[in-house]
Design a protein. Sequence first.
Length: 391
Amino acid sequence: MGEHLQQTVRQLWGAHPYKLILSNTRKVSSGPADAVQQYRKIVLNRLDKSWQAEKYTQTQVFHENLPEDRVEAFVLDALSSGFRQCNGWDGIWEYTIHISKSEKIACQKKRCAQAPKEKSAHDRKKNYILEEGTVIPPLVDMGIFTAEGKIVRSMYDKYRQINRFVELIDDEIGSLPGEGPVTVIDFGCGKSYLTFILYYYLVEVKGLSVHITGLDLKKDVIENCNRAAEKYGYEGLHFEVGDINGYDCPYSVDMVISLHACDTATDYALYHAIRWKAKLIFSVPCCQHELNRQMKGGELSILTRYGIVQERTAALMTDAVRGNLLTACGYKTQLLEFVDLSHTPKNILIRAVRTVIPKAVKQEARREVEELKKTFGLKPTLDQLLFPDSR
């Protein structure tokens, strides 16, 4: 099996995957298996110049950073020493290596609709990241926690929504650089409820040094937010009056947040994040009117015949275009459910991580956008900002 397995792993590595999952452990009598069999699953994620391995036991997750030139050997060793299966994704195809009980190696390749989720509901901790019983001042002031850190019964849904937001960030926090303070820009921060929670999570839970700037057009709101930051003792958090469209940042940015920025304001927030080469982007779009005004049905006039259908189709197209353009600019991009539909119709969060994306994947993402533009006569703002020659 050794030489055949080595060739198979080499072929998988030659596809330039950005994510690998080793699973389905088996009992092996040889010594090296003991070190591997303590893990039930290993997830490998490509970073800029290295890889990160997430090693799952039944109760814990351990992390290890691997140089690019060690990953192929790491996968080969894992499959030789205890794992029966390896799945890999390159953005277009999913590759599977499976080792049967009789040690036969099977390979397959299939087109994937989207990147896999980082953690399933079964993998995620049952306990919330923001735990009840901990006094978190912003949650107390928001009326979600009592002064003793207990959840107010009527605010439990809001508590779950806030934890969902934190979980979506926690999934990718390992992608941030390890040195220096983490710099974050929050576009259209408003009253900044989630901004304060983000600061608490990064500083108190993760132990990071951070510098967060919240930006909004309303002067009175900004003044109130700065007073609250001072009250909480959040020295690395401040707020400024400013417009997303014309904003520029004098320092490098690690993370960009944009929650419910209306219509094309989201596009400008994403554009700035991309040109700053922000490592992480989290955006919850709102009020996607632009493409609804532009849509021409043509051969697909059924989508424009009914106003409500056109409106919802245009909103979904807007976010799909944004996701593809982020991919085309070097981001592993996912569109995820942020809150339940019963709470708000604006329930899509765009999560993007700057990483190494194969050229073919980038080109396909652009091609799909161009095809959609042509079919419906669209001129998306983000596309024009990023690729002015495509107008």
